[in-house]
Design a protein around this ligand. Structure first.
Ligand code: SAM
Length: 336
C-alpha cells in the first residue's frame, strides 16, 4: 500500500490522504502548514476562524504522530503564536525534544516586538530510542577580517576545525530572499534547512513525509540525502512544480560515504560522526589556534592552497600570520 505513495507528491487534502497511511511506518514527519496569515496561495484560503484553524491543525498533527515510527521524529514549523497551541496538542501524543528558534526577520506586526524568528517544534514519538545524530555547523566569523565571532577564551587550541555542535538556535540559515531562487510560492523554505533536520534524525533509505509539501523542499532534501519521501499538497500547481523538480533531482549531498548539506560551495551541516572521513578533504592547520583567524578550505576548491605544503608547519604558520596582519589592518573587531 505505502508503495503507491513512496517517492511521490500526492495531490489532495492531507487529512484524506493520511487516512490511507498505516500507523508507525514513517521515520520523520515535517510540516510547514499554512500560517493562517491570509497569504496568497494559488487556490487555498489562508484565513480560517481562530478555532477552526486550530481544530484542523490538531487533526493533522495527531495524524503525523500516528504514522511516525516509535523511534521517529515529528517537526512542526510555524510562527511562535501557533506553536504554543501545537505544543499542547503534541504533548498529548508525543514527547518534547526541542523548540528550535530559526532566526528570520518577519514583517512588523504593529504594537509589538519585531518578530525575528520562526519556531520549529521537534518532538520524538518516544524519547527512548529516538533516532538522533549530533550535527555541526561552520564557525561563525567576522565578514571583514574572518576571525571567529565567538570568544572561546583560552580554549582555542581545542577548537573543532569545522565548527561547533548545532544548538537549538539557528542563525546561519536564511530565508530565500531573491525571487530568482524561488518558485512562485509565498513561503518556500530553504533546502539546507530541511537537510539539517534530516541529517540529525534520519538515515539513508528512511521515509520522510511532509503533508504540506508546497514546492517540494522536504522531498528534495530527502532525495539529495538518499532518503525516500512522501509529499501531499492540495494544489495541483504546486504538485506539478515539485514533481518536475524532483524528476531531475539526484542524491548528491554526499562526500565519499558521508551525507552532508551544502549551500553554495560550502558544507553547512555535517554529522559529528562523519568528520573523520570528511576532514581529509580540507586543509587543516596543525596548530588549531590558527582556526581563530582562518576558515578551513576544501583542498580541491583552490589550486593555490592545494599546492601549499601543509606538512611544512613553519611555512604554513608564517603564511597564516601574513594573512592575519593584512586582515587586522582592515578590521577593528579584534583591536579592543
Ligand atoms: C507553507 S506552504 C509549504 C511550503 C513548503 N514548505 C515549501 O518549502 O515550499 C503550505 C502548503 O500547504 C498546502 N495546503 C494547504 N492546505 C492543505 C491541505 N488541506 N492538504 C494538503 N496541502 C495543503 C498549500 O497549497 C501550500 O503549498
Amino acid at each position: 500500500m505505502i508503495e503507491n505513495y513512496l517517492n511521490k507528491i500526492i495531490l489532495g487534502d492531507c487529512l484524506e490522504i493520511f487516512s490511507d497511511i498505516p500507523d508507525n511506518i514513517i521515520d520523520v514527519t515535517f510540516a510547514d502548514p499554512p500560517f493562517n496569515l491570509n497569504k496568497k496561495y494559488n487556490n487555498y484560503r489562508d484565513s480560517l476562524e481562530f478555532k477552526e484553524y486550530l481544530n484542523w491543525c490538531k487533526k493533522w498533527i495527531h495524524e503525523m504522530v500516528r504514522v511516525t515510527k516509535p523511534n521517529g521524529s515529528i517537526f512542526l514549523h510555524n510562527i511562535p503564536k501557533w506553536l504554543t497551541y501545537y505544543s499542547g496538542f503534541l504533548n498529548e501524543v508525543a514527547e518534547f525534544k526541542h523548540w528550535i528558534s530559526w532566526d528570520a526577520p518577519t514583517a512588523p506586526m504593529g504594537k509589538s516586538l519585531q518578530p525575528s524568528h520562526y519556531g520549529i517544534l521537534y518532538y520524538a514519538k518516544e524519547l527512548k530510542n529516538n533516532k538522533y545524530y549530533e550535527i555541526r555547523y561552520p564557525h561563525k566569523r567576522c565578514r571583514r577580517c574572518g576571525f571567529l565571532l565567538k570568544d572561546y577564551g583560552g580554549k582555542k587550541s581545542g577548537l573543532h576545525p569545522f565548527g561547533p555542535l548545532v544548538s537549538d538556535v539557528w542563525t546561519d540559515i536564511h530565508r530565500i530572499k531573491h525571487n530568482k531562487y524561488r518558485d512562485i510560492h509565498p513561503c518556500q523554505l530553504p533546502i539546507h534547512l530541511l537537510e539539517r533536520i534530516l541529517l540529525m534524525t534520519s538515515d539513508e533509505n528512511d521515509v520522510i513525509l511532509d503533508p504540506f509539501s508546497g514546492t517540494g523542499t522536504t522531498a528534495i532534501a530527502a532525495k539529495r540525502l538518499g532518503r525516500n519521501y512522501i509529499g501531499f499538497d492540495i494544489d495541483n500547481k504546486y504538485v506539478e512544480i515539485s514533481s518536475n523538480k524532483l524528476q531531475i533531482e539526484q542524491t548528491k549531498s554526499k562526500i565519499g560515504n558521508a551525507f552532508i548539506s551544502i549551500f553554495i560551495d560550502s558544507i553547512v551541516t555535517l554529522r559529528d560522526k562523519d568528520w573523520n572521513q570528511i576532514e581529509k578533504n580540507y586543509f587543516i592547520p596543525k596548530n588549531k589556534k590558527l582556526i581563530d583567524s582562518n576558515r578551513i578550505v576544501f583542498k580541491e576548491k583552490n589550486n593555490i592552497l592545494q599546492q601549499l605544503d601543509y606538512n611544512d608547519h613553519r611555512k604554513r604558520t608564517s603564511n597564516f600570520h601574513n594573512q592575519l596582519s593584512l586582515k587586522l589592518d582592515k578590521c577593528n573587531c579584534h583591536k579592543t
